[in-house]
Design a protein around this ligand. Structure first.
Ligand code: PLP
Length: 379
């Protein structure tokens, strides 16, 4: 059996998405910036996709900017707002994705911003009182806090953070790469200036995403070149990717309630099975509380056999992860688990689910884990 429990890293493409993309690749090759009929046809694909996404998020199409994915969208939001909005101070957290953390640290190193980190509570949630203290002390800032953490799943109270940012006249960027198309988002009801998306996290294609920029924000280009994406991102658009992204968003919203329920049940089922099978099981983050339903980060008891846990799972055909996929090639361990004070002497594994996951797969995974944690034999 093959089990893919690494959907926070990326998801398999949905066949309906592929069906929408293939004709665009095969038959519509005009440059969308050309004014002849070939170009106008491909331009229409892009603008219709933009409208679909804007409708789903209750924003204007002119607030959606296509990018190569979540990383670029995060970079664009942070770089352009620091460069063009006169922001000299940023507030973020130590558990952000590196697309945010490394971008902010680079700007700090260049002397362009001062960077403060908001305190985390024991369960990994942001300390909102400390966030307010920082805003009070530092004044107008760029606040960059992710909606759901990609390693531990903790959810940010977006509305409350947006209101705080409004109170202190600050700019609010939220990395929503893990939550986009997993929750309904009415961006007009949130005081958020930027959110980000990578299509491959919800069964769309890789290498495409978008940045939502609230119409109150005016910044110059991020990529210099042609005047594509209303002069913010030069370069011929990834037309088939954009069509696939919009289709994946549409499908995710169409089936959202059913999938939320199905995946939540799988996560709960895995927690129950783990808790009854392995003594002293614990979780990184707030697994049973305010947590993204697709992610479960398990803190296993120390056990010499469990040292090679990911490797052993892989041998049994089970894909899971020790941290974010982007850092799993490096040997430094997880910056998120370090920041929340997780016991690093115990093995941690992130299991992440999708609409294609099943309880039978959880059972198979438990059987594999039980080889490393055999039930004590009664004497
Ligand atoms: C929270 C978060 N932000 C940003 C990214 C980067 O997105 P992309 O892979 O589309 O560049 C990821 C993907 O791993 C993510 O989980």
């Amino acid at each position: 059996m093959k089990v893919y429990f690494d959907n926070a890293a990326t998801t398999p493409i949905e066949p309906e998405v592929l069906d929408a993309m293939v004709p665009v690749m095969k038959d519509f090759y005009g440059n969308p910036s050309s004014i002849h009929s070939f170009g106008r046809q491909t331009r229409a694909f892009i603008e219709n996709s933009r409208k679909t996404i804007a409708r789903l998020l209750n924003v204007s199409p002119s607030e959606i900017f296509f990018t190569s994915g979540g990383t670029e969208a995060d970079n664009q939001a942070i770089f352009c707002s620091v460069r063009d909005l006169g922001l000299k101070h940023a507030i973020s957290s130590k558990i952000e994705h590196h697309a945010v953390l490394h971008t902010l640290e680079a700007l700090e190193k260049q002397g362009r911003i001062e960077l403060s980190f908001v305190k985390l509570k024991a369960n990994g949630h942001i300390d909102l009182d400390h966030l307010e203290d920082l805003l009070k002390e530092k004044g107008r800032s760029l606040v960059s806090l992710m909606h759901a953490n990609n390693e531990i799943g903790n959810l940010l109270p977006m509305k409350a953070v947006g209101l705080l940012c409004e109170k202190y006249n600050s700019v609010f960027h939220s990395d929503t790469v893990q939550t986009m198309a997993h929750y309904a988002m009415d961006l007009q009801a949130n005081k958020v200036h930027y959110v980000t998306c990578g299509a491959h996290k919800f069964h769309g294609p890789k290498g495409v995403g978008f940045l939502y920029v609230n119409s109150a924000i005016h910044t110059g280009p991020f990529i210099y070149g042609g005047s594509q994406e209303r002069n913010r991102r030069g370069g011929t658009e990834n037309v088939h990717g954009i069509v696939g992204l919009a289709k994946a968003m549409e499908i995710a919203h169409r089936d959202m309630a059913a999938h939320q329920q199905q995946i939540t049940e799988i996560k709960k089922y895995m927690m129950q099975r783990l808790e009854s099978a392995i003594p002293d099981i614990a979780y990184n983050g707030d697994a049973g509380g305010s947590s993204l339903y697709t992610i479960l980060n398990v803190l296993f008891p120390a056990n010499p056999q469990a040292e090679m846990m990911l490797f052993n799972l892989d041998i049994d055909g089970i894909a899971a992860s020790g941290g974010s996929a982007c850092t799993s090639g490096s040997n430094q361990g997880s910056h998120v688990l370090r920041a929340i004070g997780s016991d690093q002497s115990r093995p941690s594994v992130r299991f992440s689910f999708s609409k294609y996951s099943s309880k039978a797969e959880v059972d198979y995974c438990l059987n594999s884990l039980m080889k490393m944690y055999p039930m004590p034999v009664a004497k």
